[in-house]
Design a protein around this ligand. Structure first.
Ligand SMILES: NC(=O)c1ccc[n+]([C@@H]2O[C@H](COP(=O)([O-])OP(=O)(O)OC[C@H]3O[C@@H](n4cnc5c(N)ncnc54)[C@H](O)[C@@H]3O)[C@@H](O)[C@H]2O)c1
Length: 344
């Protein structure tokens, strides 16, 4: 039986990946400091005889090594901080650099395969669509702190490819395009779906950042995780980058309308357009359009997203509805711009 070590195991993608690797016959060691993850995400896995969870920080190299024990075949490195919308820029840079170096060193010590979840955000403001793995990264200046996430993940990508070559371990970089679904973090940390579903079910105004005409390509979590697991198990894609995502493009305004329709609430859709600088009080730049080129994933892995946005949103709403209805519902007293961690 092969052993996979998964960092960020209690998070949104990490916990689904734990379930998927257990389902396909792996022994799994999960590692997480619960900064954004939740043990409830691992309720099923924790009953499984081939799963063990360790609480710890990826920046703590000794704790990481101790948790790993001996005999790893695969390190799936998901622990990270994402776009620092409300500060915590240093945490994003530190965790995504130190944590990745430690996880890579672990893979080197075990001669294990290393897979990292990077992000579509590294394509930045590149106007040439769709984004292929060879496309340029066009990031804004460091004076706009939201780019710290993309910069940290680009650093990670270079580090993974360089250490893989120097130490002779197999490694692959996955660039994930906006995933959503059950267990998503119930704030902007979890993406717009979490916030929009919450607002619609509570008869509150949906906060639209920017003009709402920016586009994204959203991928249901079962597809994203199937893609990550396929990369982990594949013999190909060594020292390569691969996009994992759905290539159907939708504007943020259309997403809000779709969620309102699928929630089937008796009240009308209410939107509030919020200029970026009114959200966080700091300069912000958004990505105008984001669409993956999925040719390489199809060719190398036979991977393609299967779940349509409507199906995925329906499943996500079903999961989120009881969580929202368990709390008070009604028109808000003030605008419902949630900050990260409020309803974790
Ligand atoms: N969800 C997406 O749409 C998306 C898109 C692009 C890339 N990614 C990448 O996928 C990975 C998982 O993202 P997610 O959406 O599941 O996020 P998440 O925040 O739900 O999961 C990350 C997990 O890492 C843990 N973590 C953070 N810092 C840690 C530390 N110092 N030590 C140990 N654990 C730590 C958190 O507690 C959390 O459980 C991340 O690397 C992210 O950059 C996700």
């Amino acid at each position: 039986m092969k052993t996979a070590f998964i960092t960020g195991a209690a998070g949104f993608l990490g916990s689904h990946l734990v379930d998927e690797m257990l389902r396909t016959g792996y022994r799994v060691i999960g590692y997480d400091n619960l900064s954004h993850g939740n043990l409830s995400n691992l309720e099923n896995a924790r009953l499984h005889p081939n799963f063990i969870f360790h609480f710890g920080d990826v920046c703590d190299r000794q704790a990481l090594r101790k948790a790993a024990g001996s005999g790893l075949d695969l390190v799936l490195h998901l622990a990270a901080f994402k776009i620092p919308r409300y500060g915590k820029v240093t945490d994003t840079l530190r965790i995504n650099s130190d944590g990745t170096l430690n996880a890579l060193q672990l893979a080197v010590e075990h001669s294990a395969k290393f897979v990292i979840t990077s992000t579509s955000d590294v394509y930045g403001k590149n106007p040439v669509l769709p984004f292929s793995e060879e496309s340029d990264s066009v990031l804004g200046p460091p004076t706009i702190s939201r780019w710290a996430y993309a910069a940290s993940k680009l650093f990670d990508e270079h580090l993974v490819l360089a250490m893989s070559e120097e130490h002779g371990i197999p490694a692959t970089v996955i660039r994930i395009f906006g995933s959503y679904g059950p267990r998503q973090h119930l704030s902007w940390w979890g993406g717009p779906q979490a916030v929009f579903i919450d607002a619609v079910l509570r008869n509150q105004t949906i906060p639209i950042h920017g003009d709402g005409l920016q586009t994204r390509s959203f991928t249901y979590v079962s597809d994203t995780v199937r893609g990550i697991a396929a990369v982990g198990k594949a013999d190909c894609l060594n020292r390569e980058i691969i996009n994992i995502g759905n290539n159907v493009e939708i504007t943020i305004l259309e997403l809000a309308q779709e969620i309102h329709r699928l929630c089937a609430v008796p009240w009308p859709l209410r939107l509030q357009i919020l200029p970026y600088n009114e959200i966080s009080g700091r300069r912000y730049e958004d990505v105008r359009r984001r669409v993956p080129d999925i040719t390489k994933a199809k060719r190398t892995l036979g991977f393609e997203a299967r779940v349509t946005l409507d199906e995925g949103l329906q499943k996500t709403i079903e999961w989120q509805r009881p969580l929202v209805l368990g709390q008070s519902v009604g028109p808000e007293a003030e605008t419902s711009t949630m900050v990260e961690g409020v309803r974790a």
